[in-house]
Design a protein around this ligand. Sequence first.
Ligand SMILES: O=P(O)(O)OC[C@H]1O[C@@H](O)[C@H](O)[C@@H](O)[C@@H]1O
Length: 277
Amino acid sequence: MYALKQFDNGFEYLEVKNESAYAKIALQGAHIFSYKVKEQEEFLWLSASSKFENGSAIRGGIPICWPRFGNLDDTLPQHGFVRVFLFELEKVQELSLEQTKVYLRLQESEKSRKIWDFKFELQIIFTITNRLKIEMITTNTDTKAFFLTQAFHTYFQVSDIHNIIIEGLKGKTYLDILDNEKKVQKENLRINQEVDRVYENVSNEIILHDLKKKTSIKSENSSSVIIWNPWIDKCKTMSAMDAQGYKKFVCIESANAFDDFQIIKPKETYSLEVIYT
Ligand SMILES: O=P(O)(O)OC[C@H]1O[C@@H](O)[C@H](O)[C@@H](O)[C@@H]1O
């Protein structure tokens, strides 16, 4: 079953229910903000103070960062512009009782060309079953090549930030955004302070351990992973963020970021994919 719904202010989202899972996907930003496998807890963290309003980005869930990750390009907003653009719901396929596929699409418009002067098509495809698969498919429909960095900025809900261990990054080099230095990850990662890092050459599986729960993160066509938690002080200053929010989430972002940028030539398509189990 699925239904297009809206909040009182007209903010639209798609609700999907099947025998395996339940999900809510906002048309703004092709932003999934709830995903729950049957008999399991909510998978995504969502800030209680996040507004569902056209024009403001949702804090939590899985923001789509496109055509930029981060703020290195001062001609574009941080994490690109599509977080606040309305996607078109192309189609929904109920493939079986347990599996639903949702296709959302954004094409260039006068509004997007004022921000970023390229013609493109961006398709976000969600496969909702007892695992969550998301594809981010970029097509260059212009006559000139463009530079692309992008990410699934996933906020995983955790029991408590002190309980988690992130496995799969040991031995990897990362850029520490907090002091702009390159470092090497010596152990599996635990978080007990502000963390903002871009790990390089990661194409292996990442596992998020939270007490007895294990979440597997597998991506295709991505070799960069961002780990982010704003911790106490930054949390207080961020928009739509609960002051105590940092305790309840970690962002593990499958990306093409920093040195893992892509050049997309005219007529070329590039597909970034992630599967959470
Ligand atoms: O507040 P935003 O734009 O959603 O960004 C949140 C964070 O996103 C992370 O991906 C970045 O590495 C951080 O530097 C940034 O603070």
